[in-house]
Design a protein around this ligand. Sequence first.
Ligand code: NAD
Ligand code: UDP
Length: 311
Amino acid sequence: MKKKVLVTGGAGFVGSHLCRRLLNDGNEVICLDNFFTGNKENIIDLLPHPYFELVRHDVQEPILLEVDEIYNLACPASPPYYQYDPVATTRTSVLGAINMLDIARKCNAKILQASTSEVYGDPEVHPQPETYRGSVSTTGIRACYDEGKRCAETLFFDYYRQYGVEIKVIRIFNTYGPYMNPDDGRVVSNFIVQALKGKDITMYGDGTQTRSFQYIDDLIDGMIKLMASRSEFTGPVNIGNPDEFTMLELAKKVIELTDSKSKIIYKPLPQDDPLQRQPMIDLAKKELDWYPKINLRDGLVKSIEYFKKII
Ligand code: NAD
Ligand code: UDP
């Protein structure tokens, strides 16, 4: 059955993939975005689609829309952008969650929150299961994002308990792929663009910190499966690829795959930068029959093709 689906942050990296997938699956899609980090180019091919609508709106303000499902993605995700106006970042997460949950409550719509592995902060438990409560600074430069996302999770669970809203909370681990903004500042896009342009690769710290990178198609599958899961299943559920790499290993892979002559240069590690991160995905396997299918090498090859075209 055709559903009317609202995607906030739909013009961003993840949101544009999600809008495309939802349309291909035969749904009507309303893409809502204020274009802070999103870009019309990401969804330009969708504009002529008869079941696609674009709404320019800031989720910090209330809005009334009639929908069956909501994916709440609106929020800058890259450290340089979410730290640019930290107060707006927290407001976007907190007021955005309230405004979208109010729509869900009024329309009896199902709502999914794009939460993040950042709720675990700089983790003392490794790998991170959903039961781990995290190690997050409330005062550091990442707190506007981390604490905003943690409060959004709290609001989701309170709307669920207090008003019976059907909620789904996904904790997304580092994701990469086509339609990332080349100036976004995140590590995969930075390294690929630097390698393709023959510029120095900027390594923050000594490069021994780790991340676990998932390719965008795996994430979108996880989001769709979570939204379709049994109504009692709220999450939070980790969606990420457990293959863990140091940033030095990532840089070397990118240099090899782009056949680049770029050199690695070292810059200071930003404050509160997590030293390690790896998802435990047993819950996603059990509840959603989901596991990542695309390894880092294959995902990087697809991403490099995209960045070659656009830069
Ligand atoms: P992105 O910056 O590409 O997309 C975010 C989108 O939200 C942009 O289109 C932006 O313009 C829009 N937006 C920001 N503030 C808004 C506001 N106040 N009102 C309306 N729209 C607003 O980032 P992304 O990587 O696509 O991330 C999407 C979501 O997934 C975010 O909520 C992010 O926290 C979450 N997430 C992403 C990752 C990742 O690795 N990509 C990891 C964990 C969580
Ligand atoms: N990083 C880096 N060089 C860059 C951008 C990022 O070494 O040009 C590092 C960053 O310090 C962090 C890791 O790569 O340790 C992942 O950074 P990103 O911003 O992509 O994601 P997050 O820190 O939010 O997981």
